[in-house]
Design a protein around this ligand. Structure first.
Ligand code: ADP
Ligand code: MG
Length: 148
């Protein structure tokens, strides 16, 4: 099994970080939700984070090599004062993540639009061999989530 190289995504140096690889099968979306809920329980924006991670995982499964037999993807969470970052690293595709115009196609193109509306920011890096799509949930004066 090839594990994609996991580049670091932006987070404070003292952030708590977790990373876990998952097999690239559809049932793993639920496993990712459990993983995320366990680590970020008590976080007031947990629902938004869960929706976002779900969209990123479904994209990794549907649009990249991670969803092929033997494929994997990796989920990373980082939590520091006032912020949570989530990232999903896949095994690459010829397409690039992009918010598409929902009016073009009512059946698709909503996932990253939803992410862009829920998160303070989102973006991706990588290439057709592996991409990391990350979203940031921001920064409040108070700690965003209780320490996990
Ligand atoms: N991880 C990814 N790697 C490569 N392309 C992606 C990835 N995620 C999304 N895309 C591309 O961006 C498009 C928009 O994604 P999204 O808004 O989630 O809509 P949908 O998944 O319904 O097509 C996808 O159709 C796909 O072409
Ligand atoms: Mg999608």
């Amino acid at each position: 099994m090839m594990f994609p190289a996991i580049p670091l995504f932006p987070a404070a140096p003292d952030a708590q970080r977790w990373r876990r690889p998952f097999p690239g099968t559809p049932d793993q979306a639920a496993a990712v939700r459990r993983f995320t809920t366990m680590l970020l329980s008590g976080c007031p924006v947990l629902d938004d984070i869960l929706l976002t991670v779900d969209e990123l995982v479904v994209n990794a499964l549907r649009h990249t090599r991670s969803g092929r037999p033997g494929g994997i993807f990796t989920v990373e969470l980082a939590h520091w004062e006032g912020a949570v970052a989530v990232a999903v690293t896949d095994e690459g595709a010829s397409s690039e993540p992009a918010v598409t115009d929902a009016a073009d196609d009512v059946e698709s193109g909503r996932g990253l639009r939803t992410v862009s509306l829920l998160a303070a920011g989102w973006g991706w890096f990588g290439n057709d061999r592996s991409r990391t799509v990350a979203a940031l949930f921001a920064a409040t004066a108070e700690p965003l989530c209780e320490a996990a």
